[in-house]
Unconditional design. Structure first.
Length: 109
């Protein structure tokens, strides 16, 4: 299961995380009514088995229930922690290295 996280900052300063599901057809959307009845079971399945649940209304996903990052870093933002935990950037493993360590250390400003 893969998904892309998009960060949107509202006018009031609250951070909202919208998830664009890439493979939504493989993810079952669970209604809020069913979630209320089975939340404990769902949390256990997410925590112990790494399952991801889409929660929504009228066949439209509105939220995701995902495992909390194991190595949460309080010094970083929530979105950075989630991105580090997710598989969003796994495609970089197959990309060629474009920069050397020397390039990264060089100041361009």
């Amino acid at each position: 299961m893969s998904f892309d996280l998009k960060l949107v900052v509202e006018n009031d300063g609250w951070l909202l995380y919208f998830v664009q599901l890439v493979q939504l057809n493989q993810m079952k959307i669970i209604t809020t009514t069913k979630v209320r009845k089975r939340i404990s079971e769902m949390v256990d399945r997410v925590k112990y088995h790494g399952e991801v649940f889409a929660i929504g209304r009228r066949n439209s996903a509105e939220a995701l229930l995902i495992r909390f990052p194991r190595a949460y870093n309080k010094d970083l933002s929530d979105i950075t922690n989630i991105n580090a935990y997710s598989e969003s950037f796994d495609f970089f493993k197959s990309e060629p290295d474009l920069y050397t360590i020397k390039d990264i250390k060089k100041k361009y400003v």
